[in-house]
Design a protein around this ligand. Structure first.
Ligand code: ADP
Ligand code: MG
Length: 337
């Protein structure tokens, strides 16, 4: 349907161009879609798409996914296996920069964002759509992992890493999508793309602008059955990323309670202070990690946590649906409530 509409619009433009001299060559935004990173990645271009670009993007995403997945036999999955079996592992060069950036975010967030909680994520079954549970794990199992877990915050990132216990597992579900988006944006720029948006299931980063105006995006309402899909919108400029974390993304309901995929590393439980958290920053990787930290922090600790992470633009919807908007963000967004 969308393609038909774009096609009709194109015909209309072409017809108009023939009628008027010189021909109008107004660029049209073109979309390409790839399923990757567990979501639909949409690339929109306000320019012609260079040949061979999409195969290169697909290949980069596929390599990235293998490298950072906790399943299969990619670098992170193997590292986790070695830690489980031998208690330590060599940290491959392919993972090191992601570990270093995430460690900084772990420390700056006071451990609210901590990829060292992989074993807890797995226990809850949020590592894989196919592992989803219908009821929470036993409290004793959660406690056991909490006591035996290591943190990325305190891990020494030498050539080998040795977490305090072999039950430590790493999961970068809260920052890898951001890292991937940064990488794809860099790849696009290196191939001459100057006006595009990379949108991974609502988390995005922008290059340039549309032909006639900035890119404009909507921030999803965490409870869309309230009648609205979008809670706010804003213009996003060259090099900026906007990432959200929400309790609506992966969850199950048990006895009328929602159990979602963002865990408080201090308790091992899904947090209950927020419905969604959105961060704008130039690094998509940091924006992704910070959105998760903001979600866990909740309204009372939001400002301090964001200050410590160096984030000035954020929006938090708390558990009661109240909006907490930072002063810098307030200058940028239009809310629809
Ligand atoms: P999404 O990837 O759905 O956009 P997030 O960026 O918040 O949402 O990442 C959530 C994922 O990160 C979870 O599925 C889990 O793998 C992992 N995770 C959950 N809680 C935390 C946490 N407190 N710190 C770091 N990683 C987390
Ligand atoms: Mg995140």
């Amino acid at each position: 349907m969308k393609q038909t509409l774009i096609g009709l619009a194109l015909c209309a433009l072409l017809a108009w161009g023939v009628w008027r001299q010189p021909p109008a060559t107004a660029p049209i935004v073109q979309h390409r879609e790839i399923f990757a990173l567990g979501t639909l990645v949409q690339l929109s271009f306000a320019q012609s798409v260079p040949p061979q670009l999409m195969p290169a993007v697909e290949q980069a995403l596929s390599r990235f996914e293998t490298r950072w997945s906790v399943h299969g036999d990619g670098d992170l999955a193997r590292l986790n296996q070695l830690i489980e079996q031998q208690g330590s592992a060599e940290l491959p060069q392919s993972l090191r920069p992601g570990f270093v950036i995430a460690q900084q975010a772990c420390r700056n967030s006071g451990g609210l964002f901590d990829p060292g909680i992989g074993a807890l994520v797995r226990l809850w079954g949020f590592d894989d759509e196919d592992h989803f549970r219908s009821a929470p794990p036993a409290a004793s199992a959660i406690d056991g992992l909490l006591k035996a877990r290591g943190s990325l915050c305190t891990l020494e990132l030498g050539p080998r890493i040795t977490p305090p216990t072999p039950s430590t597992q790493f999961d970068f579900g809260a920052s890898a999508k951001g890292r991937a988006v940064d990488e794809i944006v860099a790849l696009l720029r290196a191939r001459g793309v100057h006006d595009a948006i990379v949108n991974a299931g609502g988390d995005l980063k922008v290059i340039g602008s549309r032909p006639d105006r900035p890119w404009r995006i909507g921030i999803r309402h965490p409870r869309p059955d309230a009648g609205q899909e979008i809670i706010a919108s804003l213009e996003v400029h060259d090099g900026e990323a906007v990432f959200s974390s929400g309790d609506y993304e992966r969850f199950f309901i048990h006895e009328n309670r929602r159990y979602h995929h963002i865990l408080d590393p201090r308790t091992g439980l899904p947090t209950d202070l927020s419905q969604s958290a959105t961060v704008l920053h130039r690094s998509a990787e940091l924006a992704d990690a910070a959105a998760t930290a903001l979600f866990v922090a909740g309204p009372d600790d939001a400002a301090q946590t964001m200050q410590d992470l160096g984030i000035s633009h954020y929006l938090l919807i708390d558990a009661q649906g109240r909006q907490l908007i930072s002063p810098a963000m307030a200058q940028r967004i239009e809310t629809s409530e």
